[in-house]
Design a protein around this ligand. Structure first.
Ligand SMILES: [Zn+2]
Length: 67
């Protein structure tokens, strides 16, 4: 099958997802993750679920601890 091949293995991408969502990756690594998510539906779904969890946690801590 001649399909688009993801730039990096899924395991590598998934291990970087939390850093990616936190904006802690270097620009090069960010681009690599973004490209992979565009080409890999399972990882994209995982990233979306993780993003929702992160957003919920941030909202909760923001509403609790703001001064
Ligand atoms: Zn993947």
């Amino acid at each position: 099958m001649l399909a688009l091949r993801p730039a990096a293995p899924c395991d590598v991408i998934r291990s970087r997802l939390s850093e990616y969502l936190d904006g802690e990756l270097a620009p090069h690594d960010r681009a690599e993750v973004a490209l992979h998510l565009a080409a890999c539906a399972p990882c994209a779904r995982l990233a979306l679920e993780l993003a929702l969890v992160v957003a919920a946690l941030r909202e909760r801590s923001a509403s609790q601890g703001a001064t």
